[in-house]
Design a protein. Structure first.
Length: 210
């Protein structure tokens, strides 16, 4: 045992192109931006192509937004709730996403989407692969804010089971390389309270859609 084993590394390789950057993000600044952005494009529960309401409440900022509708999943420049373009991606968000990607070895990442997720206690996100993007070689940079959640990272199929990763406030997880096409999900969020936002978790996923 060395004397430094209790120090969390700045970049933890999870294997196959996935990385965890513990506490990388300044969540106070992110909360302020989310409040401002969602005053313009509010959180809403989208409907799946199967006709179910999603448990996770969502909004977007950036050139494109990710939308789930009875007609399917798509990226669109217009928010269907407001009829207006999605709010621009704040400069600080772009910088955060680029710096996190670079720290994990993915230089040149220029996100054109930031999907904003909101979870209450008990909210889960079913295992899925993000595959609505045109160019799937770019990583997805994901930022967690507020109460913790358990991220399940499967492989190319769900059959091998999942590695469970606890994501805390300020943590960044990046799925690139082979892991970009790995199944992942969020377990039902356990009861907890964040002093700033209460019993909520926010997640930002920065993507390159087009
Ligand atoms: C979440 N994250 O953390 C959901 N997708 O609330 C994702 O679905 C995700 O964390 C692609 C890459 C990283 C992610
Ligand atoms: Fe995802």
């Amino acid at each position: 045992m060395d004397l430094f084993s209790n120090i969390r590394p700045a970049v933890e390789a999870l294997g196959d192109g996935a990385f965890l950057l513990p506490g990388f993000a300044d969540s106070d600044a992110i909360i302020a931006e989310i409040t401002r952005l969602t005053a313009r494009s509010p959180f809403r529960h989208m409907t799946t192509p199967g006709g179910r309401k999603m448990q996770v409440a969502m909004s977007n900022c950036g050139r494109y937004g990710w939308i789930s509708a009875p007609t399917g999943y798509r990226y669109d420049t217009t928010d269907p709730l407001t009829g207006a373009p999605w709010p621009a991606m704040p400069t600080a968000f772009v910088t955060l996403a680029k710096q996190a990607a670079s720290a994990a070895g993915y230089s040149g990442f220029e996100p054109d989407v930031c999907l904003i997720n909101r979870y209450g206690v008990g909210t889960r996100l079913s295992p899925h692969i993000d595959q609505d993007e045109t160019e799937k070689s770019w990583p997805i940079v994901s930022v967690s804010v507020g109460i913790p959640a358990t991220f399940q990272l499967f492989g190319p199929t769900r059959s091998g089971g999942a590695r469970n990763i606890t994501l805390h406030d300020g943590d960044v997880i990046i799925l690139g390389g082979k892991a970009r096409m790995y199944y992942h999900g969020i377990r039902p969020v356990a009861a907890a309270t964040d002093p700033r936002i209460g019993a909520l978790r926010y997640n930002l996923t920065f993507r390159r859609a087009r």
